[in-house]
Design a protein around this ligand. Structure first.
Ligand code: C2E
Ligand code: C2E
Ligand code: C2E
Length: 88
């Protein structure tokens, strides 16, 4: 990595997402399903989303993007390598 960007790749594990109860992951699951629909991308085991989408989702969950990332790692929806830098 070159250093200018906090290069956090957001690659959602769709199989794991589908295993989790809707009351936990409902907004995230709907957001991911909408992106799949807009792309016509239904066959993947994972879904890469925009950094900007993480910011929108964090507002929905009333968290910072870093806190939501931690939550998604706890859920197993993101791999631990997705953890952002502390100053995010
Ligand atoms: P990668 O980004 O490490 O992705 C590895 C594999 O994860 C992809 O293999 C694909 O099977 C899956 N994957 C990741 N994100 C998505 C997603 O949003 N939807 C779906 N359906 N699958 C996803 P694949 O397709 O053979 O791509 C291999 C590599 O080619 C990727 O590695 C990436 O380096 C490059 N690539 C493929 N598509 C794109 C793209 O749209 N943009 C860029 N920059 N690179 C791409
Ligand atoms: P759009 O934002 O006008 O993007 C048009 C096309 O540009 C996309 O078609 C895609 O081929 C390409 N594109 C735009 N940004 C990126 C990017 O960061 N990486 C890659 N690999 N390609 C990019 P596509 O995929 O058929 O998406 C159609 C429309 O669906 C998009 O129009 C956008 O409105 C929506 N969409 C798709 N995926 C996402 C997403 O992850 N987040 C958001 N917010 N919208 C998305
Ligand atoms: P990627 O395709 O490897 O793109 C990496 C970054 O390059 C994107 O990060 C974005 O900052 C920039 N980028 C790539 N293509 C475009 C474009 O057409 N327009 C603009 N304005 N910027 C572009 P970002 O946004 O965080 O997206 C992360 C990953 O999410 C992308 O990696 C791609 O795998 C996926 N993605 C995002 N938007 C779309 C989309 O509309 N369609 C598809 N198929 N994939 C998308």
């Amino acid at each position: 990595p070159s250093g200018a960007e906090p290069a956090t790749k957001i690659v959602i594990n769709l199989e794991r997402l589908q295993q989790l109860p809707a009351e936990k992951v409902g907004p995230l699951a709907r957001y991911a399903a909408t992106i799949q629909s807009q792309r016509g991308d239904y066959n993947g085991k994972v879904l890469s989303i925009r950094t900007e989408d993480l910011r929108s989702l964090a507002i929905i969950y009333d968290m910072t993007p870093g806190e939501l990332t931690e939550r998604m790692i706890d859920w197993g929806v993101l791999p631990p390598e997705a953890r952002p830098s502390k100053e995010d």
